[in-house]
Design a protein around this ligand. Structure first.
Ligand SMILES: C[S@@+](CC[C@H](N)C(=O)[O-])C[C@H]1O[C@@H](n2cnc3c(N)ncnc32)[C@H](O)[C@@H]1O
Length: 271
């Protein structure tokens, strides 16, 4: 099986949108308006949830009406949230067909079909023209991609000169390899962790100038501790992933706390 097929089968799920909408109605009440904000506990598939998306959005600073690309958009929570918050127009691309179908259905449910659209495709061959975007971002995706040079070259291709790329993802840490399974991979066969230093070098080699580079591991460790203390939320990643999320999130939290994983936020400008 190719890495791409193994990644798709790791994430594939049937009926994602109906399950998410049913969970929201059950917990928040059947008359709760379905909005990007209301769905946020369920559809931001990365460490620290919507708080990480908000931080990335501050860094990226999209403007109303601007074309923004989400590389590896998942089920589209960040795209819908950023479009609603800033008035920009987000195109999300993702490898996993079930996720693109869910992202499209959830955008219809939130009334955002005109401002958040979703396409099936690979970050290594984005189905969009050259220089089509002013800003692009990617959250917790590059860990599934071995060829960092190719993924950053492709991001550069679709950005206009001077356009910016915001990244938020996990890297390896200094304390040795993490335990698997992790939220993005059942094992090391589909997990490709650069170090923070290598990430910086990979971006520069692909033609980006680094504008900001933050280690946000401590914020995520604190977030995970608070989450553990408050118990498993009824509206959380478990609705999307199922019971398997418990062990995956535990390994991710432990990896960060032990220095086996590191979380970074980066802003880079296309030279
Ligand atoms: C952990 S999820 C993050 C989803 C989304 N960025 C978010 O934060 O909610 C990782 C996503 O990366 C996607 N992905 C992995 N490899 C990819 C590739 N080569 N091209 C496009 N998407 C990819 C997966 O399908 C999955 O949706």
């Amino acid at each position: 099986m190719s890495v791409a097929d193994a990644v798709i089968s790791h994430y594939a799920r049937a009926d994602i949108a109906p399950r998410i909408l049913a969970a929201l109605a059950e917990v928040a009440g059947p008359d709760t308006p379905v909005s990007a904000e209301a769905l946020a506990p369920l559809d931001h598939f990365h460490s620290r949830g919507v708080a990480a998306t908000e931080a990335l959005c501050r860094l990226l600073d999209p403007q109303p009406g601007e074309a923004v690309l989400d590389i590896g958009c998942g089920i589209g929570g960040p795209a819908r949230w950023i479009a609603a918050r800033t008035g920009c127009l987000v195109t999300g691309v993702d490898l996993t067909p079930d996720f693109v179908a869910a992202a499209t259905a959830l955008a219809a449910a939130t009334g955002q079909s005109g401002t958040a659209r979703f396409l099936e495709g690979s970050a290594l061959a984005l189905p969009v023209p050259d220089a089509a975007f002013v800003r692009a971002y990617s959250q917790n995706v590059v860990m599934n991609i071995a060829d960092k040079a190719a993924v950053y070259a492709e991001a550069r291709r679709v950005l206009r000169p001077g356009g910016v790329l915001a990244l938020s993802n996990l890297t390896s840490g200094p304390a040795g390899p993490p335990a698997y399974p992790l939220p993005w991979a059942a094992g090391p066969e589909t997990s490709f962790l650069s170090t923070p230093e290598a990430t910086r070098a990979e971006l520069e080699a692909a033609g980006f100038a680094i504008l900001a580079f933050h280690d946000v591991s401590a914020e995520i460790v604190a977030f995970n501790q608070a989450l553990r203390a408050s118990g498993r939320p009824r509206l959380g990643m478990g609705v999307l992933v199922g019971e398997a999320i418990v062990e995956r999130q535990r390994n991710s939290a432990r990896g960060l706390a032990e220095g086996r994983l590191c979380a970074i936020e980066v802003l880079a400008r296309r030279r």
